[in-house]
Design a protein around this ligand. Structure first.
Ligand code: 9MR
Length: 739
């Protein structure tokens, strides 16, 4: 859930390791009135039809059944002061009868837009328990509220509360992540013929012996570590271990050094073949506008979302925001972007490109053939990856302004709820009004690029669709030329992400490249050659993402057969970009090809790392030099646990992995009846700017790699998205191809 938190969102991130925080000097002060209910029920309130009654000195309510959202039934107190940067202890005693009901305990804003500053969702027992939480406020307000939200149950139940307290001036909680053994490995698998490196966290600055042990505990290889000094990205003193010379297959290996034994790992390629599939299966359960079938995704079945069935208002005839347009569009379908229910063309665009590019480049297309992904279209003789992407392409095409309307041919930037919704919330239960937001040049060029790319890839399978896509792409490109500066503003972030982008020369370049590759038309070649982007060094700390798309165009011009003059220079530029990332990786003790300025790790850093690997992999496809392949393979180590947190960022891969990614429907952490995200979902990863309240209260002062927490409410470090999984799928497919 993205919410504007203003300047306070960007907490200063000191360049020190997480350490014990100094206790706050202030006195501890109770903020609530009558939290023990000793003087009746004032000033507590409850929602309509649910009066508070006192029983044995406790405040009790009969919670009605049949409500949808947690906040449909609540008990709370308003007019509470919060001070930015101050730490609070929020505690209460609560019981629920029958057992098993969830109470969502929040501290938030009592007026619109009802921001949540802290929340927890304990499951209540009949005997009752005492719950206590600590959080640091990211805001100063006199309009805070403390509440227990207890709606969302089909059946009525009883809640009793006592000793509700919010104490300010408490010492900040010191969050110490459990990072396990100090020998950090790729917990999933090294390739038998690939590089095999690990990182040891140690105070020792001289070399140490290491042993590689097989599952039986027998030492099968040994050597010495290489001291690497202090790693900037983590603030730790580290050493590296290289056991690449060991090439035998097996499972359950461990590395031992400095008295520590690593988590177990395999030496085998099978996991990458599995990940190629799992990372793509992710998309079916992100689909909007279609029922998710239990037979295809056991444990993930749900009714179709946003198809005009109450309480959804649906995506079948969506109006514009007021004053933006007079028509309504059918924008059903597509993938939900992330953990929210929004659908955004620029993020759909880069995701679509990356998945189609994965298909276009793989040396093993049979691995992506029909029947591989268990989707409703399996069996239709079209490769499943193309069926899955088609679900999004059809949606992207619907976002184009129809002929005859003002700005025809341009594309709406996004469609999402009028206001932010809370968690959990199944797609089919979202009651918010959906709205089309203004067109943008960037969205229009995203459609031009991806529809042109689709036209050449789907031609074999569905020529009529290919023709329609190409026509839409041409129309979009022409429309963008006429409206080259319609920028999506940063301020448009209520109810959905802004995806603001005011730099579109890259999008023009990418769109011209895809149109040229598909049509060969001179006008697109001229546009490419005239663009300053064509010869610029476009390989920054992160190669590409939804906002920076030049590399997508450059990669395709380098790799897809075409007659553009100067192709060897284009190819050389990719290789030079890859060399840059390899040099960063070689200098990095965790083998990461990413070194952002001032060690400020970006939102979705895991995908940035993967997209840099896409460039390195493309250099391999161009040169077939082993160092590029090895760089990609080693890059996966970081995602799979060779990192400061000893954490695999891919759900269900590795001994300890992310599992509580921010999502409104894989919200198991908030509602035990809901599932965790499916296996093969990538978490956003370390984000130095920690914009969400959970990260702010637990990670303040974090260094680079440490700015991550596997909590469902940490939307700035732990969301899952369609553009991050596309990076994962691409790289997994490349690594699997190397076997
Ligand atoms: O991935 C996006 C990141 O690059 C931006 O910095 C951030 C703030 O605008 O938004 C991220 O995208 C989120 C989007 O706005 C809404 N859906 C979830 C996306 C992932 O967190």
């Amino acid at each position: 859930m993205i919410r504007a938190l203003g300047a306070t969102a960007l907490l200063a991130v000191a360049l020190t390791a997480i350490g014990p925080a100094s206790p706050a000097a202030a006195d501890e002060v109770e903020q609530l009135v009558n939290g023990g209910f000793t003087s009746g029920t004032e000033p507590w309130w409850s929602t309509a039809g649910m009066p508070i009654t006192l029983r044995d000195g406790k405040a009790c309510v009969d919670v009605p059944g049949g409500t949808v959202n947690r906040w449909d039934a609540a008990v709370g107190q308003n007019d509470i002061d919060l001070v930015e940067g101050e730490t609070y202890r929020y505690s209460f005693t609560a019981s629920g009868d029958p057992a098993g009901h969830v109470a969502r305990a929040i501290v938030g804003l009592s007026v619109a837009p009802y921001d949540t500053y802290f929340e927890a969702s304990p499951v209540l027992s009949v005997a009752g328990d005492t719950y206590s939480y600590t959080f640091t406020s990211a805001v100063t307000t006199a309009q805070a509220q403390v509440a227990l939200q207890v709606g969302g149950s089909a059946d009525p139940w009883g809640l009793c509360l006592d000793d509700v307290s919010l104490v300010g001036g408490v010492p900040p909680e010191v969050y110490q992540p459990d990072t396990g053994p100090r020998v950090r490995v790729n917990q999933v698998a090294y390739l038998p013929r690939g590089p095999k490196k690990a990182t040891l966290v140690t105070e020792t600055t001289t070399k140490l012996p290491w042993q590689l042990k097989n599952a039986a505990g027998t030492t099968v290889a040994r050597g010495h570590t290489v001291p690497r000094g202090v790693d900037v990205s983590s603030g730790q003193n580290v050493q590296t271990i290289d056991f690449s010379r060991y090439r035998k297959h097996g499972t359950g290996f461990t590395l031992v050094a400095d008295g520590e034994t690593s988590r177990p790992f395999d030496i085998d390629a099978a996991a990458y073949e599995q990940l190629r599939i799992d990372a793509l299966k992710f998309y079916y359960t992100q689909r909007s506008g279609i029922e998710i079938k239990e037979s295809l995704r056991p444990g993930y079945a749900r009714p179709a979302g946003h198809v005009d069935v109450a309480p959804n208002l649906g995506d079948g005839a969506v109006p514009c925001q007021s004053g933006v347009c007079d028509y309504k569009l059918d924008v059903t379908g597509g993938w939900y972007d992330a953990g929210d229910h929004g659908k955004y063309v620029v993020n759909g665009g880069i995701s679509t490109w990356e998945l189609l590019n994965q298909f276009e480049r793989t040396s093993e297309p049979a691995r992506l053939r029909d029947g591989t992904l268990a989707i409703p279209e399996s069996g239709n003789r079209v490769p499943d990856i193309l069926d899955e992407v088609r679900w999004e392409l059809d949606f992207l095409l619907k976002m184009q302004v129809p002929a005859g309307q003002p700005l025809a041919g341009m594309v709406h930037h996004k469609i999402h709820d009028a206001n932010w919704t809370g968690l959990p919330l199944m797609p089919h239960l979202d009651p918010q009004q959906r709205e089309l937001h203004p067109v943008s040049t960037a969205a229009t060029l995203n459609l031009a690029a991806t529809a042109a790319q689709a036209a050449r890839i789907y031609k074999r399978y569905d020529p009529a669709f290919a023709r329609r896509a190409l026509a839409a792409a041409r129309t979009a490109y022409t429309a963008a030329l006429a409206e080259p500066a319609r920028y999506a503003p940063e301020s448009d972030g209520v109810g959905g992400g802004a995806y603001n982008d005011s730099k579109v020369d890259d999008d023009f370049y990418w769109a011209a490249a895809e149109l040229y590759l598909t049509t060969g038309d001179k006008k697109y070649a001229d546009a490419i050659l005239a663009s300053p982007v064509h010869t610029a060094d476009i390989f920054g700390p992160g190669a590409f993402d939804w906002a920076s798309t030049a590399v997508a165009g450059r990669l395709d011009l380098a790799l897809i057969p075409n007659k553009l003059p100067g192709r060897s220079a284009i190819r050389d530029s990719i290789v030079r970009g890859a060399d840059k990332y390899l040099a960063i990786q070689a200098g990095h003790a965790y083998g990461v090809p990413y070194a952002p300025a001032n060690n400020m790790w970006d939102w979705g850093s895991n995908s940035t790392i993967l997209n840099n690997l896409v460039v390195v992999a493309s250099a391999y496809d161009l040169t077939h030099r082993d160092k590029y392949r090895d760089g990609v393979v080693e890059g996966m180590d970081y995602l799979f646990g060779r990192n400061a947190l000893n954490y695999s960022y891919v759900t269900g891969y590795g001994e300890v992995s992310s599992q509580n990614e921010h999502s409104r429907w894989y919200a198991h952490q908030l509602d035990p009846s809901l599932p965790n995200p499916p296996k093969g979902s990538l978490a956003g990863g370390a984000n130095s700017s920690i914009q969400d309240p959970v990260a702010q209260s637990k990670l303040a002062g974090c260094v680079g790699q440490f700015c991550y927490i596997d909590d469902i409410q940490s939307w700035s470090t732990n969301e899952l998205t369609i553009n991050w999984n596309s990076a994962l799928a691409w790289v997994a497919s490349f690594v699997a191809d190397q076997n």
